[in-house]
Design a protein around this ligand. Structure first.
Ligand code: SF4
Ligand code: SF4
Length: 62
């Protein structure tokens, strides 16, 4: 499984991860991305890591 971590200090709230993720894992709350509480499992596609210009998304595989 994959664990997605967002650095909210550097997140600029652009929403690119929200619109890119095929698993619809992200949402914007007060202009910061966060992983939804009821999110589906991350597919590990790396799209969010690539699309985030602030490089604040980290993907770890367990
Ligand atoms: S790796 Fe893919 S499925 Fe997982 S959170 Fe990022 S965009 Fe979504
Ligand atoms: S793509 Fe990066 S900067 Fe943009 S909302 Fe998502 S985590 Fe924040």
């Amino acid at each position: 499984m994959y664990v997605v971590t967002i650095d909210t200090e550097t997140c600029g709230g652009c929403g690119e991860c929200v619109s890119t993720c095929p698993g619809q894992i992200f949402e914007l709350v007060e202009s910061k991305a966060q992983v939804k509480d009821d999110s589906e499992e991350c597919l590990g596609c790396q799209s969010c890591v690539i699309v985030c210009s602030s490089q604040c998304i980290t993907l770890e595989e367990y």
